[in-house]
Ligand binder design. Sequence first.
Ligand SMILES: Cc1ncc(COP(=O)(O)O)c(C=O)c1O
Length: 399
Amino acid sequence: MPPRLFSYGHGAAICDSQMHVNLPNSGSSMTTPPFTPLIASLSSSVPFVGPETLERSRGRPFAARLGANENGFGPAPSVIAAMQAAAGDVWKYGDPENHALKETIAAHLGVSTRNIAIGPGVDCLLGLVVRQYVNPGDAVINSLGGYPTFNYHVAGFGGRLVTVPYRNDRGDLGALLDAVRRENAPLVYLANPDNPMGTWLEAEAIQSFIEALPETTLFILDEAYGETAPASAIPPLDVERPNVLRMRTFSKAYGLAGMRCGYAVGAGEQIAAFDKIRDHFGVSRMTQVAALAALADQAYLHHVVGEIAAARQRIEKIATANGLQAIPSATNFVAIDCGRDGAFARRVLEELIERDIFVRKPAAPVLDRCIRVSVGPRAELDLIEERLPLALAAADKPA
Ligand SMILES: Cc1ncc(COP(=O)(O)O)c(C=O)c1O
């Protein structure tokens, strides 16, 4: 019997968006190489519809790109200069051990290089962790509406996703723990601060959760937005604990989403397991250059974190001016509660897209009453300020 599989389809991530692709060959009498039962059982979907896909289907570009939780302020000028200087070397493969970058990250965090695994973004590392710990049919715990790329990997490796509703727009640690125990789950995931809501839990609560976890359950604490969070949300690093992996990225505060670089921090034996299955040349030479230069420019990081906080405040003001409520955020985006149901928020999103403003929205019930607006430079926020009232008025009209 094939293992019980989680089907990823049916709205798990739409808007945070999901795309369906028609595969050729259905109905054909030709014999084709058989997919594995697992692959054959998956719906043909990707977790996110990119703004480029939407631009192609609309036939025109967006005027404001505020939907993908990117950092519209971009990387430090020193990072761009370092990349320009390294451009002529791209005929060489990157260092497969990421040695210099690993040493620098380890020194930055005050841990050993044994405690750091580097990969092409947290998204990729999440897949490697699922592969390391999840047997087909094993329960894996996430929040309902939590980061969909993680769920995508769970499905792709035959895990059985078990979700727990948010509580007050935050991950519900008590319910996550109950689910872990009930399901005897090898893996539980939490993003803190959270995507898609931008909310955060305090470090003390996370620490109590860690201490209460069964030793046989690995906890992925995704801190993609760690740099923009208050210090009180980040528990102390404890690289002696074998059942916690912390994930960080250069995609958000460092403004390098397009370079693809993330890292996991954890105990030596667990970190060493990445070497068994990672793509050794997956972090490109240029990416290593960019990440090293970004870490070296902490003054710019500090500056841009201030810009992000100011942009969040501006988005909050825009929401309030339109009679909407912004959910307090510790990330580089703000979820705006549109005050009604998911269908209304979806219409607002569509009307914004129609007016050349790219934003996204959560898909899961309750969270789906929101749209999610990423920070960006002043000119882009001016555009959403101008067009949100129009989108709201259009969304309000009966179809
Ligand atoms: C919680 C969370 N984890 C990971 C990522 C992706 O990180 P990376 O670009 O390093 O793959 C995102 C991006 O939106 C995110 O929101």
